[in-house]
Design a binder for this molecule. Structure first.
Ligand code: ADP
Ligand code: MG
Length: 231
């Protein structure tokens, strides 16, 4: 088992004085190494909140989060920053590439804080391999502004994987792409999930994307309901 959530709760102020909105209620689940799954649910159901808690970008009000058996809720901010950089890759709806850096430079950004110089050196060779694998070789020295939306999102996928994280979190990764490019990104994520044995969580409101994943969970009234189609 890679990750275990234990009774995760999260509420936000609703905007009305004194009122709170319970977004996540006692969520418990387990994720195995290499597993792929989707969180489905309408806008506002708490998908991003849950993903951000799993990625340690946000903290639950209560509950525990075990990563390889260690309770990462207890980590300091410094420990969390190192943990995220090495163990978790993030992809968002917007690619968030640095406009003044080339494709290759963007991919190497997560390697800048690495202290292990041998591992750091290996990342450069790995970046070139991955660039070839996703058909961006001729674009490697170009700026993101000269690429299409689908190409930029492929760069973001490689950047998220460059440090070989054990977990890849993708929040509506195809939300700004047309259907063909969207399904291309999902196929790429699933291919890399199998090849690298990186666990993959995709947040989406698309049933079509959900149907490509091994497991799908609906977020209903703050709770996760396993909703695998029988196909
Ligand atoms: P989803 O990703 O499923 O669209 P979110 O997790 O972004 O949903 O949001 C779930 C609910 O929590 C929404 O009602 C949203 O307004 C609220 N919410 C999310 N983040 C915050 C925040 N930082 N402050 C206040 N309310 C928030
Ligand atoms: Mg969201």
């Amino acid at each position: 088992m890679l990750l275990r959530l234990n009774n995760i709760n999260k509420a936000f102020g609703s905007g009305q004085p004194g009122q709170i909105k319970q977004v996540l209620r006692d969520i418990s689940m387990e994720i195995d190494q290499g597993e792929n799954l989707a969180f489905l649910g309408p806008s506002g159901s708490g998908k991003s909140t849950l993903l951000n808690i799993i990625g340690t970008l946000d903290k639950p009000d209560s509950g525990d989060l075990f990563f390889e058996g260690r309770n990462i809720i207890e980590y300091s901010e410094d420990q969390l920053a190192t943990f995220r950089n090495r163990q978790i890759g993030f992809i968002f709806q917007a690619h968030h590439l640095l406009p003044q850096c080339s494709v290759l430079e963007n991919i190497l950004v997560p390697t800048l804080p690495l202290r292990d110089s041998k591992f750091k050196k290996e990342r450069y060779a790995r970046a070139l391999e991955l660039i070839k694998e996703v058909d961006l070789w001729e674009h490697r020295d170009k700026l993101p502004g000269t690429l299409s939306g689908g190409e930029c999102q492929r760069v973001a996928v490689i950047r998220a994987l460059i440090n070989e994280p054990k977990l890849l979190l993708a929040d509506e990764p195809t939300g700004s792409l047309d259907r063909k490019n969207a399904m291309g990104i999902i196929s790429l994520l699933l291919k890399l999930n199998k090849e690298l044995n990186t666990s993959l969580i995709v947040v989406t409101h698309s049933m079509e994307i959900g149907s490509k994943m091994t497991n799908t969970y609906d977020l209903v009234d703050g709770q996760l309901v396993l909703s695998n189609s029988p196909s």
